[in-house]
Design a binder for this molecule. Structure first.
Ligand code: NAD
Length: 398
């Protein structure tokens, strides 16, 4: 199933039928069976895929997911999301994604490097030509991207590299920076309030969630709850974000920083802004009726099911394709830096993220007002206009 609800999009726009037929399925898919002989003589086998969803606006951009059992269908959905995200933030990329079906915990460091070298060998033409530009995703790290760079010797063929290997200052916190900025814009637009007076609950204290908490707390917001997969911490006066950033490790428990709260309770807290920044499908038809937040800002990809989205039409939502676009915007800055050889600071990275999100947010809210539609649909309308223009300019549709 497409991530974008084309029936709904068609009901409010005149998106050409030929554009829908192109955008509702991937443009190209490469299926691979990666094999290696392990140190103990066993054969390691991993099903892999590279999905080009749509490259009408630029090369296929999207991370490599390393996870046992990762499906082609899920890789397709993630690639599709990248098409819409890059179009909405107007960066010159298309949507892509790839996957390696292996459990990272089963690999020793040498095997892991060998897997990425073999992956490069299998898709070398795609990487060398710049047609597909990978980055880290679940299970993959900046060091894996450094291995890819080492095989290609082209800094621009991969992003999310460590700063010591052509990576970008500000990349690791980029998505959280963007989510926090989107929350600030949402408070002003939907609550007519300064972020300094806002109460916020954040589900997920990983890369995206922890940096979102940090930037929002620095801006004066009160983070009243944060959680990870084991549960969370709740404090009416605000959780100690700086101390949590310093002291929290995945082996620790967030409840050690205040009162315990479950993930289900966190989602239902009466806060100004709820930021699901952990994983998909956490707000469903079952709990939608109990959401008491005044605004939702989607840090994670797809945290609300379609049914929840339909049940919460009165609640302003900043959708994932806008709110968590900071990571791919930073990837664009890293790619530009690699191509130009320029030296880029984290403040320049932050500035580009905020500028791109400002433009996308302004256009989304203009469409919301004009067409009386939800934030998600408005963002899709804006991105669809971009995509249709490129499809036309490329001569892919008449
Ligand atoms: P991460 O692995 O660093 O952190 C995930 C956090 O969520 C962890 O705290 C984990 O314990 C928690 N978590 C996982 N499952 C949970 C569950 N069922 N209930 C509650 N908490 C749970 O991952 P991340 O990079 O922060 O990514 C989070 C989300 O943001 C994902 O949906 C990802 O696709 C999306 N995203 C990430 C980036 C990025 O740059 N990292 C960019 C765009 C979108």
């Amino acid at each position: 199933m497409s991530v974008v609800n084309f029936d709904r999009l068609r009901s409010v726009t005149d998106i050409p039928d030929h554009a829908v037929r192109i955008l509702e399925k991937p443009e190209r898919q490469i299926m691979l069976n990666l094999t290696l002989i392990r140190a103990n003589g066993d054969l390691l086998e991993a099903p892999c895929s590279v999905v080009y969803h749509c490259t009408c606006r630029g090369p296929a951009k999207g991370g490599i997911r390393l996870r046992a059992g990762v499906t082609l269908e899920h890789t397709q959905e993630l690639a599709e999301l990248m098409t819409w995200k890059t179009a909405l933030s107007r960066i010159p990329f298309g949507g892509g994604k790839s996957s390696i079906g292996l459990d990272p915990a089963t690999l020793d460091p040498l095997e892991r490097a060998a897997v990425f070298k073999e992956f490069v060998h299998m898709i070398r033409l795609d990487l060398d030509s710049g047609a597909y530009i990978p980055a880290p995703d679940m299970g993959t790290t900046p060091r894996d991207m450094a291995v890819i760079y080492g095989e290609t010797h082209r800094l621009e063929c991969v992003t999310g590299k460590p700063p010591s290997v052509g990576g970008l200052p500000g990349r690791k916190e980029a998505t959280g920076r963007g989510v926090a900025h989107a929350a600030r814009l949402a408070a002003a637009e939907f609550l007519k309030a300064d972020i300094r007076n806002a109460t916020v609950a954040v589900q997920g204290f990983g890369n995206v969630g922890s940096w979102t908490c940090k930037f929002l707390a620095d801006a004066g917001a009160k983070i009243v709850a944060a959680s990870d997969i084991h549960g969370g911490v709740h404090r009416k006066g605000g959780v100690p974000v700086d101390r949590m950033m310093r002291e929290f490790t995945p082996r620790a428990r967030l409840e050690d920083f205040g009162d315990a709260v479950t993930n289900a309770e966190l989602l239902e807290l009466p806060v100004d802004i709820l930021i699901p920044a952990a994983t998909e499908d956490v707000i469903t038809a079952a709990n939608a009726g109990r959401i008491r937040a005044r605004v939702i800002v989607e840090g994670a990809n797809g945290p609300m099911t379609r049914e929840a989205d339909e049940a919460l039409t009165a609640l302003p939502v900043v959708p994932d394709i806008l709110a968590n676009s900071g990571g791919v915007i930073a990837s664009y800055v890293e790619w530009r830096k690699a191509k130009s050889g320029s030296i880029t600071s984290s403040s320049e990275t932050y500035q580009t993220i905020e500028e791109r999100i400002d433009v996308a947010f302004r256009d989304m809210t203009a469409v919301m007002r004009e067409r009386k539609v939800s934030g998600r649909l408005a963002a899709e309308i804006v991105a669809a206009r971009e995509l249709v223009e490129s499809l036309t300019d490329r001569g892919w549709i008449a």
